[in-house]
Design a protein around this ligand. Structure first.
Ligand SMILES: Cc1cc2nc3c(=O)[nH]c(=O)nc-3n(C[C@H](O)[C@H](O)[C@H](O)COP(=O)(O)OP(=O)(O)OC[C@H]3O[C@@H](n4cnc5c(N)ncnc54)[C@H](O)[C@@H]3O)c2cc1C
Length: 420
């Protein structure tokens, strides 16, 4: 893996894409007096996926100075509920989180959330270029450059090419595709359908509800005046529910034995969006004059709502690396970004193979046992800190989780709570 960024003084940065990772990075760089332009296409899809935040994002929103604005158009999120089968429902309340961590989060309409972050970048002095970005290889090198049209769209903002090009184009992954970078992809191959409906049944107001359905799982994310409902399953099951994505979505709400109970009468308010292949880690994250951030560097199955946390957190780490500007700083960025992605990927496997909730179930069954009584507060503290994002890469918390996954199932078969 080559990390050969040599310019210790990065003064100009082009960021491709105007999503949360791009805007977060741009704001932080502008505050460090680095000249930044974001290339952003204002026209967007009718809906953007990724509406449920984890508590560890709150300090980032505060550092960006945007929390009040986000709170004004979002739903307060006090916790998360997992419905795995009628007898196994688990609710987590963020106000029980202990240690240095926020005790709440928000569910955000993404159009407004993305606009708020972009406005923050603009106010910090970032130039927003309303044009699709394009890049080209510099022959015989590991370098890339902005195409002539992209450079022209910036209207002379860069005196020549920028010192650094950051790819924040999300799952479109402009630079990885241009350079043919390898990536590690999930073998699950699930599809997701997603739309907003007028209302659904909820166990706890404001909670994101993650529910095991006949084939796969579903999310319900309460938003102001509506609920985001998504279904995730293998394409072979999805295909049975109709020919178009709208037919499949509407039929799933009515025909899935679990969804019909919680959302059978829901009225769909928006078109249906479809997503495929949503777990990937790029083989390389940095190059000679380019670097990847947010989903472009990697994205993990969304079952724990970790995407925006990972994307914005990577922007915070990258801002420090760019301002330091040394190869060692970029190497450290790549290592840390990869570490975050890999640990969330590991945590997600414990959801799908059923071990995570079997472990919690065993804790419930044994709650009268004196040893379990003593251990439970400690284990709960660390599990909460992992899933809130506050300690998702803490060696100790993860060590405890791994120990539980290996030794804490008390002979129960995790397949009963596995999600296929
Ligand atoms: C099914 C599903 C459910 C999810 N649920 C959640 C959730 O509940 N919570 C959560 O935190 N995360 C969730 N995520 C993940 C979340 O959506 C992403 O992690 C997050 O949006 C990543 O932000 P980003 O800024 O990296 O990329 P994006 O938000 O994708 O932003 C990239 C931007 O770049 C723009 N762009 C692309 N190409 C170009 C170009 N050539 N020129 C200019 N602009 C360009 C795009 O239009 C877009 O605006 C989910 C993902 C999926 C697939």
């Amino acid at each position: 893996m080559s990390i050969t960024i040599v310019n210790a003084k990065i003064k100009t940065v082009a960021i491709l894409g105007g999503g949360p990772a791009a805007s977060t990075l741009a704001t932080l760089l502008a505050r460090k007096k680095i000249s930044v332009a974001i290339f952003h296409v204002p026209k967007r899809a009718p809906l953007i996926v990724g509406e449920s935040l984890v508590p560890a994002i709150i300090p980032m929103l505060q550092a960006l100075g945007v929390e009040e604005k986000v709170a004004s158009f979002s739903t307060f999120k006090p916790g998360a509920t997992f419905n795995l089968r009628p007898t196994d429902n688990f609710s987590f309340f963020f106000n029980k989180l202990i240690g240095k961590t926020a005790t709440y989060a928000y569910n955000v309409p993404r159009d407004k959330f993305d606009d708020a972050l972009l406005d923050t970048a603009r106010a910090a002095g970032v130039k927003i270029v309303e044009a699709a970005a394009n890049v080209e290889k510099v022959p015989g090198t590991d370098k890339i450059k902005l195409s002539a049209e992209t450079l022209a769209a910036a209207g002379g903002f860069f005196n020549g090419q920028p010192d650094l090009i950051v790819d924040a184009t999300g799952r479109l992954r402009l630079v990885p595709k241009l350079l043919g970078l390898s990536a590690q992809e999930s073998s699950r191959g699930d599809s997701a359908l997603f739309a907003h409906v007028d209302s659904t049944q909820l166990d706890h107001p404001g909670h994101v509800h993650t529910t095991r359905i006949d084939h796969g799982w579903s999310w319900r994310i309460p938003l102001p005046g509506r609920v985001s409902v998504g279904m995730v399953m293998g394409p072979e099951h999805m295909a049975k529910f109709g020919a178009t994505k709208e037919e499949r979505y509407d039929n799933l709400l009515k025909q899935d034995s679990v969804l019909q109970k919680v959302a059978g009468n829901a009225k769909r308010l928006t078109p249906v969006m479809e997503y495929q292949n949503y777990s990937l880690i790029s083989g390389r994250i940095t190059g000679e004059n380019w670097v990847l951030v947010g989903d472009t560097a990697g994205f993990i199955d969304p079952v724990f709502s970790s995407g925006l946390f990972l994307g914005m957190n990577s922007a915070f780490i990258l801002a420090e690396a760019i301002s330091t500007g040394t190869p060692a700083a970029f190497k450290a960025y790549e290592k840390e970004a990869r570490h975050h992605l890999e640990t969330w990927q590991e945590i997600v496997t414990y959801f799908y193979d059923g071990r995570l909730f079997t472990f919690f179930r065993v804790g419930e069954i044994l709650k009268g046992n004196p040893i379990i009584k003593v251990l439970t507060p400690h284990i709960s503290k660390h599990m909460g800190r992992i899933f809130s994002g506050a300690a998702s890469t803490s060696n100790y918390s993860l060590g405890l989780l791994r120990f539980g996954m290996k030794n804490g199932l008390r002979g129960e078969d995790p397949k009963e709570l596995a999600v296929r």
